[in-house]
Ligand binder design. Structure first.
Ligand code: ZN
Length: 150
């Protein structure tokens, strides 16, 4: 195992691009059952449900302090979430980070060699513009970057 060289960090004096964890996305087989589970777990009801038909996904949002939990169910088997659920078990699907300037970060991350899953920001649920970064470039984590939609 390699040691981490702390003196070599390159962004020690930069303001961070990530403002907070905006939400954690959880892919579920049965959105209705999962909503009841999380409603009981949190002792709180979801504040929003939204279907993004173009992406074939139905979402249920719970507030979680500064962040949110986004439950994701497929509206059809051939949607990205439908395909994911047919190949993998339900569970944590992605982590979404909030940024101030999504377009600028997309340019920067592309130059740094990250693989973006779309060339321009896409409209996401909950009034956000979003882009995903391929999990292969992030040590196995599907990362969503999002900003408030203007
Ligand atoms: Zn998300």
């Amino acid at each position: 195992m390699n040691a981490v060289n702390f003196s070599a960090f390159k962004f020690k004096n930069s303001p961070p691009m990530i403002k907070k964890i905006e939400h954690i996305g959880i892919a579920v087989n049965d959105l209705e059952a999962a909503t009841k589970t999380y409603e009981t777990l949190f002792k709180a009801s979801p504040y929003k449900t939204e279907t993004v038909e173009r992406e074939g996904v139905k979402t249920v949002f719970f507030e979680c302090g500064e962040s949110k939990i986004e439950l994701l169910g497929a509206t059809r088997d051939d949607s990205p979430i439908g395909k994911y659920l047919s190949k993998q078990r339900e569970g944590i699907h992605h982590i979404a980070f909030f940024v101030d300037d999504l377009a600028a970060e997309m340019t920067r991350l592309q130059q740094e060699g990250f693989q973006l899953l779309s060339e321009s920001p896409k409209p996401g649920a909950d009034d956000k513009s979003i882009v995903f970064l391929h999990p292969k470039g992030n040590h196995g984590v599907l990362i969503e970057l999002c900003e408030d939609r203007a």
